[in-house]
Design a binder for this molecule. Structure first.
Ligand code: SAM
Length: 464
Protein backbone atom coordinates (compact mmCIF):
# COMPACT_ATOMS: atom_id res chain seq x y z
CA UNK A 1 0.00 0.00 0.00
CA UNK A 2 1.82 3.11 -1.21
CA UNK A 3 -0.87 5.50 -0.02
CA UNK A 4 -3.25 5.45 2.92
CA UNK A 5 -6.91 6.32 2.39
CA UNK A 6 -8.35 8.26 5.31
CA UNK A 7 -11.65 10.10 5.66
CA UNK A 8 -11.73 13.71 6.80
CA UNK A 9 -14.79 14.93 8.73
CA UNK A 10 -16.19 18.02 6.98
CA UNK A 11 -19.09 19.07 9.21
CA UNK A 12 -18.50 22.62 10.45
CA UNK A 13 -15.27 23.02 8.46
CA UNK A 14 -14.43 24.94 5.30
CA UNK A 15 -13.06 23.93 1.91
CA UNK A 16 -11.15 26.56 -0.07
CA UNK A 17 -10.87 26.48 -3.85
CA UNK A 18 -8.33 28.77 -5.50
CA UNK A 19 -8.61 29.30 -9.24
CA UNK A 20 -11.22 29.87 -11.91
CA UNK A 21 -10.52 27.40 -14.75
CA UNK A 22 -12.31 24.07 -15.30
CA UNK A 23 -10.13 22.16 -12.74
CA UNK A 24 -11.10 24.70 -10.07
CA UNK A 25 -14.77 24.49 -11.07
CA UNK A 26 -14.60 20.67 -10.77
CA UNK A 27 -13.30 21.03 -7.20
CA UNK A 28 -16.04 23.58 -6.46
CA UNK A 29 -18.66 21.05 -7.62
CA UNK A 30 -17.05 18.43 -5.38
CA UNK A 31 -17.04 20.82 -2.39
CA UNK A 32 -20.68 21.75 -3.00
CA UNK A 33 -21.63 18.10 -2.35
CA UNK A 34 -20.27 18.34 1.21
CA UNK A 35 -21.64 20.06 4.33
CA UNK A 36 -18.61 22.42 4.39
CA UNK A 37 -18.56 26.17 4.09
CA UNK A 38 -16.93 27.04 0.77
CA UNK A 39 -14.34 29.75 0.19
CA UNK A 40 -13.63 30.61 -3.45
CA UNK A 41 -10.67 32.77 -4.47
CA UNK A 42 -10.47 33.56 -8.19
CA UNK A 43 -7.78 36.09 -9.04
CA UNK A 44 -7.83 35.29 -12.79
CA UNK A 45 -10.45 35.58 -15.50
CA UNK A 46 -13.88 34.44 -14.27
CA UNK A 47 -15.96 31.80 -16.04
CA UNK A 48 -19.37 32.79 -17.44
CA UNK A 49 -22.34 32.76 -15.07
CA UNK A 50 -23.65 29.60 -16.78
CA UNK A 51 -20.38 27.78 -16.09
CA UNK A 52 -20.30 28.61 -12.38
CA UNK A 53 -21.80 25.70 -10.40
CA UNK A 54 -25.16 26.46 -8.78
CA UNK A 55 -24.73 27.26 -5.10
CA UNK A 56 -21.11 28.46 -5.40
CA UNK A 57 -20.32 31.55 -3.26
CA UNK A 58 -19.28 34.81 -4.93
CA UNK A 59 -15.54 34.57 -5.62
CA UNK A 60 -13.00 36.82 -3.91
CA UNK A 61 -10.87 38.28 -6.73
CA UNK A 62 -7.47 37.81 -5.12
CA UNK A 63 -5.10 35.20 -3.71
CA UNK A 64 -5.84 34.19 -0.10
CA UNK A 65 -3.62 34.81 2.90
CA UNK A 66 -3.13 32.32 5.75
CA UNK A 67 -5.69 34.28 7.78
CA UNK A 68 -8.26 33.86 4.98
CA UNK A 69 -7.78 30.10 5.10
CA UNK A 70 -8.19 29.68 8.85
CA UNK A 71 -10.70 26.90 9.63
CA UNK A 72 -10.31 25.30 6.23
CA UNK A 73 -9.88 21.52 6.30
CA UNK A 74 -8.87 21.30 2.66
CA UNK A 75 -7.42 23.76 0.16
CA UNK A 76 -7.58 22.97 -3.57
CA UNK A 77 -5.23 25.04 -5.71
CA UNK A 78 -5.69 25.23 -9.49
CA UNK A 79 -3.68 28.30 -10.48
CA UNK A 80 -1.79 28.87 -13.75
CA UNK A 81 1.42 30.31 -12.19
CA UNK A 82 3.58 27.94 -10.07
CA UNK A 83 4.83 30.80 -7.86
CA UNK A 84 1.22 31.67 -6.94
CA UNK A 85 0.49 28.00 -6.24
CA UNK A 86 3.56 27.77 -3.98
CA UNK A 87 2.58 30.92 -2.07
CA UNK A 88 -0.97 29.66 -1.48
CA UNK A 89 0.34 26.23 -0.50
CA UNK A 90 2.44 27.85 2.21
CA UNK A 91 -0.53 29.96 3.36
CA UNK A 92 -2.80 26.90 3.51
CA UNK A 93 -0.33 24.89 5.54
CA UNK A 94 0.21 27.80 7.89
CA UNK A 95 -3.57 27.87 8.42
CA UNK A 96 -3.45 24.16 9.34
CA UNK A 97 -5.19 22.91 6.19
CA UNK A 98 -4.27 19.99 3.95
CA UNK A 99 -3.34 21.26 0.50
CA UNK A 100 -3.95 19.72 -2.92
CA UNK A 101 -2.29 21.33 -5.92
CA UNK A 102 -4.28 20.06 -8.88
CA UNK A 103 -2.22 17.78 -11.15
CA UNK A 104 0.89 18.21 -8.95
CA UNK A 105 0.87 15.16 -6.67
CA UNK A 106 4.44 15.92 -5.51
CA UNK A 107 3.44 19.34 -4.17
CA UNK A 108 0.26 18.07 -2.51
CA UNK A 109 -0.44 16.88 1.03
CA UNK A 110 -3.20 14.62 -0.28
CA UNK A 111 -4.51 13.31 -3.61
CA UNK A 112 -8.17 13.13 -4.52
CA UNK A 113 -9.28 9.51 -4.97
CA UNK A 114 -11.93 8.52 -7.50
CA UNK A 115 -15.03 8.94 -5.34
CA UNK A 116 -18.42 7.31 -5.12
CA UNK A 117 -20.70 9.54 -3.11
CA UNK A 118 -23.72 7.91 -1.44
CA UNK A 119 -24.25 10.47 1.32
CA UNK A 120 -22.93 8.99 4.54
CA UNK A 121 -21.31 6.17 2.60
CA UNK A 122 -18.34 7.31 0.53
CA UNK A 123 -16.08 5.00 -1.44
CA UNK A 124 -12.66 6.16 -2.62
CA UNK A 125 -10.31 4.46 -5.04
CA UNK A 126 -6.72 5.67 -4.96
CA UNK A 127 -3.70 4.83 -7.08
CA UNK A 128 -1.39 7.44 -5.56
CA UNK A 129 -1.67 9.44 -8.78
CA UNK A 130 -0.12 6.55 -10.75
CA UNK A 131 -3.18 5.61 -12.81
CA UNK A 132 -6.20 7.89 -12.44
CA UNK A 133 -7.96 6.30 -15.43
CA UNK A 134 -7.61 2.85 -13.83
CA UNK A 135 -9.10 4.29 -10.64
CA UNK A 136 -12.07 5.59 -12.65
CA UNK A 137 -12.60 2.14 -14.24
CA UNK A 138 -12.53 0.50 -10.82
CA UNK A 139 -14.98 3.11 -9.59
CA UNK A 140 -17.42 2.19 -12.38
CA UNK A 141 -17.14 -1.50 -11.51
CA UNK A 142 -17.65 -0.83 -7.78
CA UNK A 143 -20.50 1.57 -8.49
CA UNK A 144 -22.32 -1.11 -10.48
CA UNK A 145 -22.01 -3.56 -7.60
CA UNK A 146 -23.30 -1.23 -4.87
CA UNK A 147 -26.84 -1.83 -3.70
CA UNK A 148 -29.48 0.74 -4.47
CA UNK A 149 -30.62 2.76 -1.48
CA UNK A 150 -27.18 2.88 0.13
CA UNK A 151 -27.49 6.60 0.90
CA UNK A 152 -30.84 6.03 2.60
CA UNK A 153 -29.46 3.17 4.70
CA UNK A 154 -26.42 5.25 5.62
CA UNK A 155 -28.53 8.23 6.71
CA UNK A 156 -30.99 6.03 8.65
CA UNK A 157 -28.08 4.30 10.42
CA UNK A 158 -26.69 7.67 11.50
CA UNK A 159 -30.12 8.78 12.76
CA UNK A 160 -30.70 5.72 14.93
CA UNK A 161 -27.08 5.01 15.95
CA UNK A 162 -27.45 6.46 19.48
CA UNK A 163 -30.81 4.73 20.02
CA UNK A 164 -29.25 1.42 19.04
CA UNK A 165 -26.33 2.00 21.40
CA UNK A 166 -28.70 2.82 24.25
CA UNK A 167 -30.88 -0.23 23.53
CA UNK A 168 -28.20 -2.88 22.95
CA UNK A 169 -25.23 -2.46 25.25
CA UNK A 170 -23.30 -5.59 24.25
CA UNK A 171 -20.94 -4.98 21.31
CA UNK A 172 -21.39 -8.30 19.51
CA UNK A 173 -25.18 -8.24 19.91
CA UNK A 174 -25.12 -4.75 18.48
CA UNK A 175 -23.10 -5.94 15.51
CA UNK A 176 -25.53 -8.80 14.95
CA UNK A 177 -28.36 -6.26 15.06
CA UNK A 178 -26.76 -4.08 12.38
CA UNK A 179 -26.17 -7.08 10.12
CA UNK A 180 -29.79 -8.11 10.52
CA UNK A 181 -31.20 -4.62 10.17
CA UNK A 182 -29.17 -3.61 7.13
CA UNK A 183 -29.80 -6.78 5.16
CA UNK A 184 -33.45 -7.31 5.92
CA UNK A 185 -36.60 -5.56 4.75
CA UNK A 186 -34.97 -2.16 5.44
CA UNK A 187 -32.67 -2.74 2.47
CA UNK A 188 -35.74 -3.48 0.31
CA UNK A 189 -37.42 -0.29 1.40
CA UNK A 190 -34.24 1.73 0.86
CA UNK A 191 -33.78 0.26 -2.63
CA UNK A 192 -37.33 1.36 -3.42
CA UNK A 193 -36.43 4.91 -2.29
CA UNK A 194 -38.68 4.72 0.78
CA UNK A 195 -36.67 6.57 3.44
CA UNK A 196 -39.31 6.50 6.17
CA UNK A 197 -40.03 2.81 5.49
CA UNK A 198 -36.34 1.90 5.75
CA UNK A 199 -36.01 3.67 9.12
CA UNK A 200 -39.22 2.06 10.37
CA UNK A 201 -37.94 -1.42 9.43
CA UNK A 202 -34.61 -0.77 11.16
CA UNK A 203 -36.40 0.30 14.33
CA UNK A 204 -38.71 -2.70 14.10
CA UNK A 205 -35.67 -4.98 13.94
CA UNK A 206 -34.40 -3.27 17.10
CA UNK A 207 -37.42 -4.55 19.01
CA UNK A 208 -36.95 -8.11 17.81
CA UNK A 209 -34.87 -10.65 19.62
CA UNK A 210 -32.56 -12.52 17.23
CA UNK A 211 -34.76 -15.61 17.62
CA UNK A 212 -37.76 -13.65 16.40
CA UNK A 213 -35.86 -12.18 13.50
CA UNK A 214 -37.50 -13.45 10.38
CA UNK A 215 -35.50 -14.73 7.50
CA UNK A 216 -36.50 -14.47 3.89
CA UNK A 217 -36.15 -16.38 0.68
CA UNK A 218 -34.78 -15.03 -2.57
CA UNK A 219 -35.52 -17.18 -5.60
CA UNK A 220 -32.73 -16.15 -7.92
CA UNK A 221 -31.96 -16.93 -11.56
CA UNK A 222 -28.27 -17.70 -12.01
CA UNK A 223 -28.38 -17.60 -15.82
CA UNK A 224 -27.09 -20.37 -18.09
CA UNK A 225 -23.59 -20.61 -16.58
CA UNK A 226 -21.36 -17.72 -17.61
CA UNK A 227 -21.09 -15.65 -14.40
CA UNK A 228 -21.02 -12.44 -16.44
CA UNK A 229 -24.64 -13.15 -17.37
CA UNK A 230 -25.78 -12.76 -13.76
CA UNK A 231 -27.90 -9.69 -13.16
CA UNK A 232 -26.55 -7.14 -10.68
CA UNK A 233 -29.49 -7.88 -8.41
CA UNK A 234 -28.74 -11.62 -8.51
CA UNK A 235 -25.11 -10.99 -7.67
CA UNK A 236 -26.04 -8.85 -4.67
CA UNK A 237 -28.52 -11.43 -3.45
CA UNK A 238 -25.84 -14.14 -3.70
CA UNK A 239 -23.28 -12.00 -1.88
CA UNK A 240 -25.76 -11.30 0.93
CA UNK A 241 -26.96 -14.88 1.39
CA UNK A 242 -26.49 -16.76 4.66
CA UNK A 243 -27.61 -19.99 3.00
CA UNK A 244 -27.54 -20.92 -0.69
CA UNK A 245 -29.71 -23.76 -1.91
CA UNK A 246 -28.55 -24.60 -5.41
CA UNK A 247 -28.94 -26.94 -8.37
CA UNK A 248 -26.46 -28.78 -10.50
CA UNK A 249 -26.98 -26.23 -13.28
CA UNK A 250 -25.51 -23.41 -11.21
CA UNK A 251 -21.87 -23.05 -12.22
CA UNK A 252 -19.01 -22.93 -9.70
CA UNK A 253 -18.03 -19.55 -11.12
CA UNK A 254 -21.43 -18.19 -10.02
CA UNK A 255 -21.19 -19.83 -6.59
CA UNK A 256 -17.81 -18.17 -6.13
CA UNK A 257 -19.65 -14.88 -5.56
CA UNK A 258 -21.11 -16.21 -2.30
CA UNK A 259 -19.59 -15.20 1.04
CA UNK A 260 -17.14 -17.77 2.31
CA UNK A 261 -19.14 -18.28 5.46
CA UNK A 262 -22.41 -18.79 3.58
CA UNK A 263 -23.73 -22.35 3.94
CA UNK A 264 -24.31 -24.17 0.65
CA UNK A 265 -26.99 -26.83 0.31
CA UNK A 266 -26.86 -28.84 -2.90
CA UNK A 267 -30.22 -30.12 -4.10
CA UNK A 268 -29.01 -30.92 -7.62
CA UNK A 269 -31.05 -32.62 -10.22
CA UNK A 270 -29.66 -34.46 -13.20
CA UNK A 271 -31.64 -35.66 -16.17
CA UNK A 272 -33.88 -38.49 -14.97
CA UNK A 273 -32.61 -38.11 -11.39
CA UNK A 274 -34.16 -36.03 -8.63
CA UNK A 275 -31.56 -35.81 -5.91
CA UNK A 276 -33.85 -34.06 -3.45
CA UNK A 277 -37.61 -34.23 -4.00
CA UNK A 278 -39.27 -30.90 -4.75
CA UNK A 279 -41.32 -30.94 -1.54
CA UNK A 280 -38.17 -31.43 0.50
CA UNK A 281 -36.46 -28.50 -1.26
CA UNK A 282 -39.38 -26.32 -0.28
CA UNK A 283 -39.18 -27.58 3.31
CA UNK A 284 -35.47 -26.68 3.41
CA UNK A 285 -36.21 -23.13 2.20
CA UNK A 286 -38.89 -22.67 4.83
CA UNK A 287 -36.85 -24.23 7.65
CA UNK A 288 -33.79 -22.09 6.93
CA UNK A 289 -35.79 -18.87 6.58
CA UNK A 290 -37.67 -19.60 9.81
CA UNK A 291 -34.31 -19.93 11.53
CA UNK A 292 -33.79 -16.26 10.62
CA UNK A 293 -31.50 -16.79 7.64
CA UNK A 294 -31.40 -14.95 4.38
CA UNK A 295 -31.85 -17.85 2.00
CA UNK A 296 -31.04 -17.72 -1.70
CA UNK A 297 -32.61 -20.43 -3.79
CA UNK A 298 -30.25 -20.31 -6.75
CA UNK A 299 -31.53 -21.85 -9.94
CA UNK A 300 -30.03 -22.23 -13.40
CA UNK A 301 -31.37 -19.81 -16.02
CA UNK A 302 -34.58 -18.09 -14.97
CA UNK A 303 -36.48 -19.47 -11.97
CA UNK A 304 -39.83 -19.08 -13.71
CA UNK A 305 -38.86 -20.83 -16.94
CA UNK A 306 -39.07 -24.60 -16.47
CA UNK A 307 -37.58 -24.07 -13.05
CA UNK A 308 -40.46 -24.84 -10.63
CA UNK A 309 -39.80 -21.42 -9.11
CA UNK A 310 -43.55 -20.79 -8.98
CA UNK A 311 -44.10 -23.77 -6.68
CA UNK A 312 -41.29 -22.65 -4.38
CA UNK A 313 -42.64 -19.11 -4.25
CA UNK A 314 -46.12 -20.38 -3.35
CA UNK A 315 -44.77 -22.69 -0.64
CA UNK A 316 -42.63 -19.99 1.01
CA UNK A 317 -45.44 -17.43 0.93
CA UNK A 318 -47.91 -19.98 2.27
CA UNK A 319 -45.54 -20.44 5.22
CA UNK A 320 -45.93 -16.71 5.90
CA UNK A 321 -42.35 -15.83 4.96
CA UNK A 322 -41.23 -12.99 2.71
CA UNK A 323 -40.08 -14.18 -0.71
CA UNK A 324 -38.60 -12.29 -3.63
CA UNK A 325 -37.82 -13.35 -7.18
CA UNK A 326 -34.83 -12.22 -9.24
CA UNK A 327 -35.03 -13.14 -12.93
CA UNK A 328 -32.16 -14.69 -14.81
CA UNK A 329 -31.12 -15.12 -18.42
CA UNK A 330 -32.93 -18.27 -19.44
CA UNK A 331 -30.92 -20.94 -21.28
CA UNK A 332 -32.75 -20.48 -24.60
CA UNK A 333 -31.71 -16.82 -24.71
CA UNK A 334 -28.19 -17.28 -23.36
CA UNK A 335 -27.37 -20.21 -25.66
CA UNK A 336 -28.86 -18.50 -28.72
CA UNK A 337 -26.77 -15.39 -28.10
CA UNK A 338 -23.66 -17.45 -27.56
CA UNK A 339 -24.22 -19.41 -30.79
CA UNK A 340 -25.15 -16.31 -32.83
CA UNK A 341 -28.63 -17.70 -33.48
CA UNK A 342 -31.34 -15.01 -33.71
CA UNK A 343 -34.53 -16.38 -32.19
CA UNK A 344 -36.69 -14.18 -34.38
CA UNK A 345 -35.72 -12.82 -37.75
CA UNK A 346 -37.61 -10.43 -39.99
CA UNK A 347 -37.34 -12.87 -42.92
CA UNK A 348 -37.33 -16.27 -41.23
CA UNK A 349 -39.17 -16.40 -37.90
CA UNK A 350 -41.99 -14.28 -36.54
CA UNK A 351 -42.44 -16.24 -33.35
CA UNK A 352 -40.38 -18.13 -30.82
CA UNK A 353 -41.68 -20.85 -28.54
CA UNK A 354 -39.90 -22.03 -25.40
CA UNK A 355 -41.02 -25.55 -24.70
CA UNK A 356 -40.02 -28.52 -22.59
CA UNK A 357 -39.38 -31.97 -23.97
CA UNK A 358 -40.35 -33.48 -20.62
CA UNK A 359 -43.99 -33.04 -19.69
CA UNK A 360 -45.28 -33.73 -16.21
CA UNK A 361 -46.68 -37.08 -17.31
CA UNK A 362 -44.63 -39.64 -19.25
CA UNK A 363 -46.46 -38.85 -22.50
CA UNK A 364 -46.60 -35.06 -22.30
CA UNK A 365 -49.69 -33.08 -23.22
CA UNK A 366 -47.65 -30.88 -25.55
CA UNK A 367 -49.38 -30.51 -28.90
CA UNK A 368 -46.27 -30.76 -31.08
CA UNK A 369 -48.28 -30.84 -34.30
CA UNK A 370 -49.61 -27.38 -33.39
CA UNK A 371 -46.00 -26.21 -33.24
CA UNK A 372 -45.13 -27.26 -36.77
CA UNK A 373 -45.75 -23.86 -38.42
CA UNK A 374 -42.63 -22.98 -40.46
CA UNK A 375 -42.00 -19.42 -39.29
CA UNK A 376 -41.60 -20.34 -35.64
CA UNK A 377 -38.30 -21.00 -33.85
CA UNK A 378 -38.75 -23.75 -31.29
CA UNK A 379 -36.34 -23.78 -28.37
CA UNK A 380 -36.72 -27.11 -26.61
CA UNK A 381 -35.51 -27.52 -23.02
CA UNK A 382 -34.82 -31.00 -21.64
CA UNK A 383 -35.40 -32.37 -25.12
CA UNK A 384 -32.43 -34.72 -25.58
CA UNK A 385 -34.16 -37.84 -24.17
CA UNK A 386 -37.38 -37.14 -26.06
CA UNK A 387 -35.79 -36.11 -29.38
CA UNK A 388 -37.21 -39.06 -31.36
CA UNK A 389 -40.75 -38.38 -30.21
CA UNK A 390 -40.42 -34.63 -30.85
CA UNK A 391 -39.15 -35.18 -34.40
CA UNK A 392 -41.95 -37.67 -35.20
CA UNK A 393 -44.63 -35.36 -33.90
CA UNK A 394 -43.29 -32.27 -35.69
CA UNK A 395 -42.85 -34.04 -39.03
CA UNK A 396 -46.24 -35.70 -38.52
CA UNK A 397 -47.69 -32.24 -37.99
CA UNK A 398 -46.26 -31.04 -41.30
CA UNK A 399 -42.81 -29.68 -40.48
CA UNK A 400 -40.23 -30.27 -43.23
CA UNK A 401 -37.64 -32.94 -42.24
CA UNK A 402 -35.02 -30.64 -43.80
CA UNK A 403 -35.81 -27.83 -41.33
CA UNK A 404 -32.50 -26.58 -39.88
CA UNK A 405 -31.73 -27.51 -36.29
CA UNK A 406 -28.99 -26.52 -33.86
CA UNK A 407 -28.11 -28.11 -30.53
CA UNK A 408 -26.29 -26.00 -27.96
CA UNK A 409 -24.80 -28.10 -25.18
CA UNK A 410 -23.29 -26.47 -22.07
CA UNK A 411 -24.14 -23.11 -23.59
CA UNK A 412 -22.12 -20.08 -22.37
CA UNK A 413 -19.79 -22.42 -20.44
CA UNK A 414 -16.19 -23.28 -21.34
CA UNK A 415 -17.21 -26.70 -22.80
CA UNK A 416 -19.91 -25.27 -25.06
CA UNK A 417 -20.72 -27.26 -28.25
CA UNK A 418 -22.94 -26.09 -31.09
CA UNK A 419 -23.98 -28.86 -33.46
CA UNK A 420 -26.00 -28.22 -36.61
CA UNK A 421 -28.08 -30.46 -38.81
CA UNK A 422 -31.63 -30.96 -40.05
CA UNK A 423 -34.74 -32.07 -38.20
CA UNK A 424 -34.91 -35.58 -39.70
CA UNK A 425 -31.48 -36.48 -38.32
CA UNK A 426 -31.77 -34.90 -34.87
CA UNK A 427 -31.74 -38.15 -32.90
CA UNK A 428 -28.70 -39.45 -34.80
CA UNK A 429 -26.88 -36.12 -34.34
CA UNK A 430 -27.42 -36.33 -30.57
CA UNK A 431 -26.45 -39.99 -30.17
CA UNK A 432 -23.43 -39.96 -32.50
CA UNK A 433 -22.03 -36.94 -30.75
CA UNK A 434 -22.84 -38.26 -27.28
CA UNK A 435 -24.70 -35.13 -26.17
CA UNK A 436 -25.29 -35.61 -22.46
CA UNK A 437 -24.77 -32.17 -20.94
CA UNK A 438 -27.62 -29.72 -20.55
CA UNK A 439 -28.69 -28.76 -24.06
CA UNK A 440 -31.22 -26.66 -25.90
CA UNK A 441 -32.56 -27.91 -29.23
CA UNK A 442 -33.38 -25.14 -31.70
CA UNK A 443 -35.68 -26.09 -34.54
CA UNK A 444 -36.49 -23.65 -37.33
CA UNK A 445 -34.89 -21.69 -40.19
CA UNK A 446 -33.07 -19.41 -37.76
CA UNK A 447 -31.01 -22.42 -36.55
CA UNK A 448 -29.09 -22.19 -39.83
CA UNK A 449 -27.49 -18.96 -38.53
CA UNK A 450 -25.82 -20.67 -35.56
CA UNK A 451 -22.02 -20.82 -35.55
CA UNK A 452 -21.04 -24.49 -35.31
CA UNK A 453 -18.60 -25.09 -32.47
CA UNK A 454 -16.79 -28.34 -31.61
CA UNK A 455 -16.52 -31.48 -33.73
CA UNK A 456 -19.76 -32.78 -35.24
CA UNK A 457 -19.27 -36.50 -35.89
CA UNK A 458 -22.42 -36.72 -38.00
CA UNK A 459 -21.40 -33.97 -40.35
CA UNK A 460 -17.65 -34.46 -40.00
CA UNK A 461 -17.47 -30.72 -39.51
CA UNK A 462 -14.88 -29.13 -37.34
CA UNK A 463 -15.28 -25.58 -36.26
CA UNK A 464 -13.34 -23.34 -33.94
C1 SAM B 1 -34.89 -27.80 -15.48
S1 SAM B 1 -34.52 -26.88 -16.91
C2 SAM B 1 -34.09 -25.38 -16.20
C3 SAM B 1 -34.20 -24.22 -17.13
C4 SAM B 1 -33.79 -22.94 -16.49
N1 SAM B 1 -34.72 -22.55 -15.47
C5 SAM B 1 -33.65 -21.81 -17.52
O1 SAM B 1 -34.40 -20.84 -17.47
O2 SAM B 1 -32.75 -21.93 -18.35
C6 SAM B 1 -32.99 -27.57 -17.39
C7 SAM B 1 -32.77 -27.48 -18.87
O3 SAM B 1 -32.37 -26.18 -19.24
C8 SAM B 1 -31.50 -26.25 -20.34
N2 SAM B 1 -30.22 -25.64 -19.96
C9 SAM B 1 -29.91 -25.08 -18.80
N3 SAM B 1 -28.65 -24.57 -18.82
C10 SAM B 1 -28.17 -24.83 -20.03
C11 SAM B 1 -26.93 -24.56 -20.68
N4 SAM B 1 -25.94 -23.91 -20.06
N5 SAM B 1 -26.76 -24.97 -21.95
C12 SAM B 1 -27.76 -25.61 -22.59
N6 SAM B 1 -28.95 -25.90 -22.04
C13 SAM B 1 -29.15 -25.51 -20.78
C14 SAM B 1 -31.35 -27.72 -20.69
O4 SAM B 1 -32.32 -28.04 -21.65
C15 SAM B 1 -31.64 -28.36 -19.37
O5 SAM B 1 -32.05 -29.71 -19.53
Amino acid sequence: MRVFLASIPLDGRAIAVIGSGEPALAKLRLALDTPSRILWFAPGELPTAAEIPAGAPAPLRRLPSAADLKGAALVFIALPYPEDALAVTAAGRKAGALVNVVDKPDLSDFHTPALIDRGDVVVGIATGGAAPVLARDVRSAVEAALPKGLAILGAASRDIRETVKATISDFSSRRAYWTRALRGPAAQRAAAGDEAGARREMLRALNETPAQAQGEVWIVGAGPGDPELLTLKAMRAIQDADVIVHDRLVSDAVLDYARRDARRIYVGKRRGEHAVPQGEIQDILIREAKAGHRVVRLKGGDPFVFGRGGEELDAVRAAGLPAYVVPGVTAALGCAASAGLPLTHRDWAQAVTLITGQGKAEDSDVDWSGLSAPENTLAVYMGVGAAGKIVDRLIGGGRDPLTPIAVVENGTLPGERVLKGVLGELELLLSLNGVDGPAILYIGDTAAFADARGVNLLRQEAAA
